[in-house]
Design a protein around this ligand. Structure first.
Ligand SMILES: [Zn+2]
Ligand SMILES: [Zn+2]
Length: 347
């Protein structure tokens, strides 16, 4: 089968690899229909994620059709249409029982396209299939549902739920990429009074406006904090969502959070940040971090199927699996290419 293979920092290739086999009775093999490339894959390509080794098939998002199931898989049978979660989980260990699938103690968590082969291929092996796949209707819009593998639950759980967005809140999202936009789409469930989007790219800001941002803050001159404080009468925001993962974006969050507010970190940080406790100690703030658990996927799936949330608006480019090298080039050059999410179809 064709697959996108990682060969160390900066090196990737579209190669022919053997079709995966069932290894454990809880596995399923899924024929990929649609997949995508994540910002995390770009981190991997930079060599930022040492758990990904030479020869790994990348990808942790996608929808497909069950090809085979192991003997103990009871929720799915060949031919079923499924959504693949970026987090695999046994559903039985203490952490899974608490809903913390990301820290599954039986070898689950974020393993797809990381420590085991992923979804940027014609087929993928999904461990713990009963708990790591979600049934989808045969006639569902597959492209919209690809946004549920990772970005919607990540924006919602790590940003909106951890940030405890409430009706009337003032919310600022630092970073208007797919994850920041997913946080924006799902923050709207709670009717905040303002959603400010902070980015350096006017195109992304324009998209965020279409998706419901009420204030656009262009930080290309580094004045985001000043602009947000001016917009809030120097009070700051109730919820500051960090959706980039660099010290500068975290710093904006700690500068703009109001007394009693929440900083919800989503970004994947590769470097330490400075925490200004000398100012924040008396400000009654909370700071949260999280790896997405995907426990809200069934709920989010309903909102997408009903049209309450329309994540298809995040899709900007389409490629076939044979063009995946080009898809990486386009996604890696997101600002010039005006790319948000790219859809890759296994034809
Ligand atoms: Zn992802
Ligand atoms: Zn578990």
């Amino acid at each position: 089968m064709d697959a996108l293979v990682y060969h160390g920092a900066g090196k990737r290739a579209l190669e022919v690899k053997p079709k995966p086999d069932i290894i454990k009775p809880t596995d399923a093999i899924v024929t990929i229909s649609k997949t995508t490339i994540c910002g995390t894959d770009l981190h991997i390509m930079k060599g930022d994620v040492p758990t990904v080794t030479d020869g790994r098939i990348l990808g942790h998002e996608g929808v497909g059709i069950i090809d085979q199931v192991g003997a103990s898989v009871s929720n799915f049978k060949p031919g079923d249409h499924v959504l693949i979660s970026c987090i695999s989980s046994c559903g039985k260990c203490p952490n899974c029982k608490k809903g913390m699938y990301s820290h599954c103690e039986n070898g689950g968590g974020w393993i797809l396209g990381n420590t085991i082969d992923g979804t940027q291929a014609e087929y993928v092996r999904i461990p713990f299939a009963d708990n790591s796949l979600y049934p989808i209707p045969h006639d569902a819009d597959e492209e919209a549902l690809v946004m549920l593998s990772d970005i919607l639950p990540t924006g919602f759980e790590c940003g909106v739920l951890n940030g405890r967005v409430k009706p009337g809140d003032t919310v600022a999202i630092v970073g208007g990429g797919p994850i920041g936009l997913a946080a924006l789409l799902t923050a709207r469930f709670y009717s905040p009074s303002e959603i400010m989007m902070i980015d350096i790219d006017d195109n992304r800001l324009a998209v965020s406006k279409e998706l419901g941002a009420t204030r656009l803050v262009n930080n290309s001159d580094g004045t985001a904090t000043k602009q947000v404080m001016a917009l809030t009468n120097d009070k700051g925001v109730d919820v500051a969502i960090e959706a980039i993962g660099i010290p500068a974006s975290f710093n904006i969050c700690q500068e703009i959070v109001a007394a009693g507010g929440h900083i919800a970190n989503i970004g994947v940080h590769g470097k330490p940040v400075q925490l200004n406790l000398d100012r924040l100690w008396s400000h009654n703030i909370t700071l949260t971090t999280r790896l997405v658990d995907t426990v809200t996927t069934p709920m989010l799936l309903k909102t997408v199927l009903s049209g309450t949330v329309k994540p298809k608006q995040l899709i900007t480019h389409h490629f076939s699996l044979s063009e995946i090298m080009k898809a990486y080039d386009t996604f890696g050059n997101a600002m010039e290419e005006r790319a948000l999410k790219v859809i890759i179809t296994n034809e």
